[in-house]
Write a new protein. Structure first.
Length: 375
């Protein structure tokens, strides 16, 4: 179900009623157990007032063919939102294909998206349809759209304008009937300003915008999601009757959730593994967490004391003096290598978080990591 270069899926999300007192509706994948090692959210709930507003907007845009752009942090449930848009549209009987742009090697992106003809390049032993053709009559979800190379952005723009694709090695256009839903965990407006993303493509994608808030900003979803995951893992671990203590409930509601729904699922799983009684205690949750993404986005960070920032900059400048005075032939590359390595270690070698911390795409980060032999 998950390949080494992408994660195309063609099944629709399921929805079921949770057997709790609130009977909260949960949107999940058909086979959530297949995603236990994924960084994606495996369940989504629209219980918080802000989540309810998002769901009403989702219902409004779903019946149309409008291209949609889903924006949200990693682990918030962007693919589940896209699947729900598909499910509520007239394309629901057609395929839903999901593809992670950041997981595609740059040399294969066009072939994966648009297909190729036999002999189009070394190794093209037969004709192959791309994911646009695989999604014909349905919906194509492109996650991490901001990581597409510039050349592919140009071709994607043409596909959206002309509604046809050219397989690699072909001069014959193939008409397609596909609704595109793109997703990103970065601010594309900033990427446009920085010259990393085409402005005209951004406007083509940004027709119907769905902003999926981080879990910490929709606290009304936290406890219902926790109850859902308790039921899921109770079944897998052959447990029953597990309930949350008031201390655990308070801890869940006050924790910042840098890993969003994916982290919440892991926390619940851990709690059920280590608890010594039917009541989950706060200590069972192990909420030490990784708070980098929160620190990078909190308004308090934008209001840091300028004196402190100046001291940091001065200290960095002093640390660079020995490098400037050395015989190092390529000082910039050496400094960049140190920055990349330090950020990678700081993020516990998580490529997504490192790219986000440095404000670069994951593809660029991976290129630098390989260049400096850190991968």
């Amino acid at each position: 179900m998950t390949s080494s270069i992408s994660y195309p899926h063609t099944f629709a999300p399921s929805r079921h009623r949770q057997s709790t007192s609130s009977s909260t509706e949960v949107v999940t994948f058909d086979n959530p157990a297949d995603y236990v090692l994924s960084i994606r959210a495996t369940a989504l709930i629209f219980e918080d007032p802000r989540s309810k507003l998002l769901y009403r907007r989702l219902q409004q845009i779903a019946p149309s063919n409008a291209t949609a752009l889903v924006i949200g942090e990693t682990g918030t449930g962007k693919e589940l939102v896209a699947r729900q848009v598909h499910r509520l549209s007239h394309r629901a009987k057609g395929p839903f294909v999901a593809l992670n742009c950041a997981a595609l090697p740059e040399s294969l992106i066009e072939s994966e998206l648009f297909g190729h003809e036999k002999g189009a390049f070394t190794g093209a032993l037969q004709q192959k349809k791309g994911w646009f053709e695989a999604a014909n009559g349905g919906t194509l979800f492109l996650d991490e759209i901001g990581d597409l190379p510039a050349a592919t952005q140009v071709k994607l723009l043409r596909v959206l304008q002309e509604r046809e694709i050219y397989r690699v090695g072909s001069r014959v256009a193939t008409p397609i009937d596909v609704r595109l839903i793109a997703a990103t965990n970065v601010q594309l407006e900033e990427a446009v300003k920085a010259g990393r993303f085409r402005e005209d493509l951004f406007y083509r994608l940004n027709v119907a915008r769905l902003h999926l808030l981080p879990l910490r900003d929709r606290p009304g979803d936290i406890i219902p999601l926790c109850h859902h995951f308790i039921q899921v893992y109770q079944h897998r671990l052959h447990l029953s009757g597990t309930v949350l203590s008031e201390e655990a409930r308070h801890a869940l509601l006050t924790y910042p959730w840098p890993g969003n729904i994916r982290e919440l699922e892991n926390v619940v799983h851990h709690a059920l593994l280590v608890m010594t009684q039917q009541h989950i205690q706060a200590k069972d949750l192990n909420l030490s967490g990784f708070t980098l993404s929160v620190a990078a986005n909190t308004p308090a960070r934008e209001q840091l004391n300028t004196t402190f920032v100046g001291a940091e900059t001065q200290g960095l400048g002093q640390a660079l003096q020995p490098i400037f005075a050395s015989d190092e032939p390529d000082k910039f590359a050496h400094i960049e290598s140190c920055v990349i390595k330090a950020a990678f270690d700081y993020c516990q070698q998580n490529q997504l978080q490192t790219a986000k911390l440095l404000g670069i795409s994951r593809n660029i980060l991976r290129h630098r990591l390989k260049l400096y032999n850190y991968l």
